[in-house]
Design a protein around this ligand. Structure first.
Ligand SMILES: *[C@@H]1O[C@H](CO)[C@@H](O)[C@H](O)[C@H]1NC(C)=O
Ligand SMILES: *[C@@H]1O[C@H](CO)[C@@H](O)[C@H](O)[C@H]1NC(C)=O
Ligand SMILES: *[C@@H]1O[C@H](CO)[C@@H](O)[C@H](O)[C@H]1NC(C)=O
Length: 409
């Protein structure tokens, strides 16, 4: 009897030790995952030997925006070229998206290494630009009362003015991805004079009219937010898909596992956009899952629902009565694409299910100064490839470089 009790006690002790160790091990894994996710833009670039500056600029309506700047690439041995380059990210991502695929494929690195002074912006409401002079984004619903309209009308001019003042340059090269392209068109339409501060715009998969968007997932998500919007009023409910929110944390932890990254997380990317095998490496999926989604307002998601469900590129539709008050018309007015009077290069991919080739062709026909509409030579090139494709340097970068060189000293 006594000896049996002894063995049970021994088992219990051993079991407890194993459990404790397993738990500690699990904790280390979680901490490691958190360590990676807690690397911000400056730290992540420093890891690869790049020097980054941090800047903040305040928009006319009080939003405090964070910018990063890589003044000179690590592999640049010549004088820095001018004018400077501004990179503007798309919906639900941040400046981090330009570096998540590492120095061999991330556009911010590649452009810096061609000896450009690269500025990387962050639109209001995302992880890096969630501050306001007057409003607290955690408490004040007013903070979240914006769509890409305000990003184009206020954020873009503030960012551009700040860069020009700091570099003593008269113009800059604007590179906008998806919403980064949309906000440029909105700025030109709504802020006469600002377009001329951009000597050349390179728009990567720009979003404007979006009625041909194929992604069912995108249509579902935007419809969901459009439907709930009238019923919510607290600041925390008016923020959509923040970095550090439940969805991002869950995928952030799960996608650290190599097998899950290659299966589950890859499938989610295929669902959001389209299938493109071999495009994105497992380490990039692990990194991007710490930074995507990076948050925006519910009202912005509703604005996108209006884009995919109507065939117009117009201002926010408040409903007939409020439209009459705000716009003096029952229907919201269309943006004036003709106001984009500077040279525009569009680069796009045939397999893009978020901004479809049909809609991008439509945009290209409205532009008065289109230089080229170029499709990446890969029939499976999709929306997410701009940020995460491991072969971007060979497939997309040469075209970007060609036009940057044409507009530089
Ligand atoms: C990034 O991390 C560095 C070092 O920890 C810190 O000094 C800096 O304020 C951070 N920047 C941002 C924008 O969070
Ligand atoms: C321009 O930059 C200088 C410093 O480089 C600063 O003192 C000045 O306030 C800036 N002006 C504007 C309008 O931002
Ligand atoms: C989008 O709108 C245009 C213009 O009205 C129309 O020709 C086209 O068929 C629409 N596309 C889809 C997928 O509904």
């Amino acid at each position: 009897m006594a000896s049996e009790l002894f063995w049970w006690m021994l088992y219990l002790v051993i079991f407890t030790i194993i459990l404790q160790n397993a738990f500690a091990g699990f904790k280390i894994i979680i901490n490691k995952a958190n360590n990676v996710s807690s690397l911000n833009f400056t730290e992540a670039t420093a890891l690869y030997g790049y020097y980054t500056e941090e800047h903040t600029v305040v928009s006319e309506d009080g939003y405090v925006l964070t910018m990063f700047r890589i003044p000179k690439g690590k592999n640049c041995d010549k004088a820095v070229r001018s004018p400077p380059v501004l990179l503007m990210h798309g919906l639900l991502v941040s400046s981090d998206a330009w570096i998540d695929s590492g120095p061999e494929a991330g556009l911010a690195y590649l452009i810096a290494d061609e000896c450009y002074d690269v500025w990387i912006g962050n639109a209001r409401g995302n992880h890096y630009s969630k501050e306001h002079l007057k409003y607290n984004p955690k408490k004040d619903p007013e903070y979240w009362n914006f769509t890409p309209n305000e990003i184009g009308v206020y954020d873009a001019p503030a960012i551009i003015d700040y860069i020009l003042n700091n570099t003593e340059s008269k113009t800059l090269n604007y590179i906008g991805y998806s919403q980064g392209g949309m906000m440029f068109v909105i700025m030109c339409s709504e802020r006469p004079g600002y377009c001329d501060k951009v000597s050349q715009a390179i728009l990567l998969h720009p979003a404007t009219r979006m009625n041909s968007t194929k992604s069912i997932m995108f249509r579902m998500f935007t419809k969901y937010y459009d439907t709930v919007q009238p019923y919510i009023s607290s600041a925390s409910d008016l923020e959509a898909l923040p970095q550090g929110g439940i969805l991002q944390q869950l995928t952030g932890v799960l996608c650290q596992n190599k097998i899950l990254a290659d299966t589950l997380c890859r499938s989610i990317m295929y669902l959001i956009d389209s299938e493109h095998p071999e495009a994105v490496s497992v380490p990039t999926i692990q990194t991007l899952s710490n930074h995507f989604p990076a948050g925006t307002s519910v009202k912005s998601m509703s604005f996108y629902y209006q884009r995919v469900s109507t065939d117009r590129f117009s201002k926010y539709d408040h409903g007939r009565e409020v439209n009459l008050e705000v716009y003096g018309a029952e229907e919201p007015p269309a943006y004036n694409i003709k106001a984009v009077n500077v040279p525009v290069v569009i680069i796009h991919g045939e397999n893009d299910h978020l901004t479809s080739p049909k809609d991008v062709q439509w945009l290209s026909k409205q532009l008065s100064n289109l230089v080229e509409l170029y499709y990446v030579e890969d029939s499976r090139w999709n929306h997410l490839d701009v940020l995460y494709n491991q072969h971007l340097k060979e497939k997309m970068f040469p075209k970007i470089k060609e036009y940057l060189f044409k507009n530089s000293e």
